[in-house]
Design a protein around this ligand. Sequence first.
Ligand code: MN
Length: 199
Amino acid sequence: MFELPKLKYSYDALLPHIDAKTMEIHHTKHHAAYISALNDAITGTKSEGKSLEEIIKGENLSPAVRNNGGGHWNHSFFWEILTPNGGSVPSGPFAEELLKVFNNFENFKEEFEKAALARFGSGWVWLVKTQDGLMICSTPNQDNPLMKDVPIHGTPILGLDVWEHAYYLNYQNHRADYVKAFWNVVDWEEVGRRFSEAS
Ligand code: MN
């Protein structure tokens, strides 16, 4: 059975960019609910006992497994690429590749922000390592680029939750301000590590 992962920082650690109440509700209510619904959905099926990645990379996912398995993976990933000590810039092989594809860091951020604002309704925006190199994409609901039938398939190395539950308490309808604030809490070291480890 899947369990709610612990965060490596406190709920108020990302202030003022992400507020403590949002973090607490997002982790203990939203993320926990995906896990509990995922456990319910896989109990007694052939998915029971498989790893989360194996499950969401599978064929013909039921809506319950897709939404809640994706929800569990996406949130677990999201907590790990955030840090109270953010605000730096990428470095190493990841930075070299990023600059090759997007010319400069500011341009990359602009493209990512554009994708975040263009996502209608609920979903995620991603930086993905694909067969054809680094790409920005967005997915609806709790889909992600690991899933088989998404338009841009690959390994997510950066992701941002643009569901209203991720920002509404602090930013209300101002998604653009939340997306800009996100850059202050990105753990580029972790993103770079994921870039290097992705096949
Ligand atoms: Mn969320």
